[in-house]
Ligand binder design. Structure first.
Ligand code: SAH
Length: 190
């Protein structure tokens, strides 16, 4: 298939906007794959801020970063992404190149903890305040689980109403695939 699948497309977008020495946010570190990807893109002089509300996710991510010798360029917080704006230091506001979200539950977990509409939307609002112009928020929207559809609906309502003078909003989705595969949302701050 010549069209990029959703996860590779998310990476292509992040690669496009994150420069060495830059600042990036992983709003849902989960197993840490994206955190590591961001850490590589920002390079040794850059910074990654990671968030998750499950201890298990934080531990996995720290381990992965350490194994690759990249722990010093990342700060991983056991805290909701709703608090991103408060946690990222003031001097980095306006300098964030990109943020990534993987919505849903932690793969391999009991599916009890899922991302929720209110905190997801709070996190996006906070990020729009502190992204640099041209910066991107990339969301991989998984919605096949219980509670997933509700979050998807809230997100889509919010995005359709987002002021077009403030942000460009893109949806990237294969329309004819079965079993609710994830789709992508990219929000570019203007
Ligand atoms: N569904 C994706 C992975 C999603 S992981 C896949 O299959 O690849 C989602 C992560 O978000 C989980 O680790 C979960 O603990 C975390 N999470 C849930 N609510 C959160 C919140 N408010 N702030 C930060 N992380 C949160």
């Amino acid at each position: 298939m010549n069209l990029s699948r959703v996860l590779p497309y998310a990476k292509e977008l992040l690669e496009k906007v994150i420069e060495p020495g830059g600042v990036a946010v992983d709003a849902t570190v989960g197993n840490g794959h994206d955190t590591l990807f961001l850490a590589k893109l920002v390079g040794e002089n850059g910074r990654v801020y990671g968030f998750d509300i499950q201890e298990q996710a934080i531990e996995k991510t720290l381990e992965r970063l350490k194994d690759e010798g990249m722990a010093d360029r990342a700060e991983i917080h056991l805290r909701s992404h709703a608090d991103i704006k408060q946690v990222v230091p003031q001097e980095k506001h306006g300098q964030i190149h990109a943020a990534v979200f993987n919505l849903g539950y932690l793969p391999g977990s009991d599916k009890e903890v899922i991302t929720k509409p209110d905190s997801t939307l709070n996190a996006i609002e906070g990020l729009l305040d502190i992204l640099k112009p041209g910066g991107l928020i990339v969301l991989v929207v998984y919605y096949g689980h219980e509670g997933g559809n509700e979050e998807k609906e809230a997100l889509m309502t919010y995005l359709h109403e987002l002021d077009q003078t403030k942000a460009h909003v893109l949806q990237y989705q294969f329309l004819n695939q079965k079993n609710n595969p994830p789709f992508l949302i990219a929000i570019e701050k203007r």
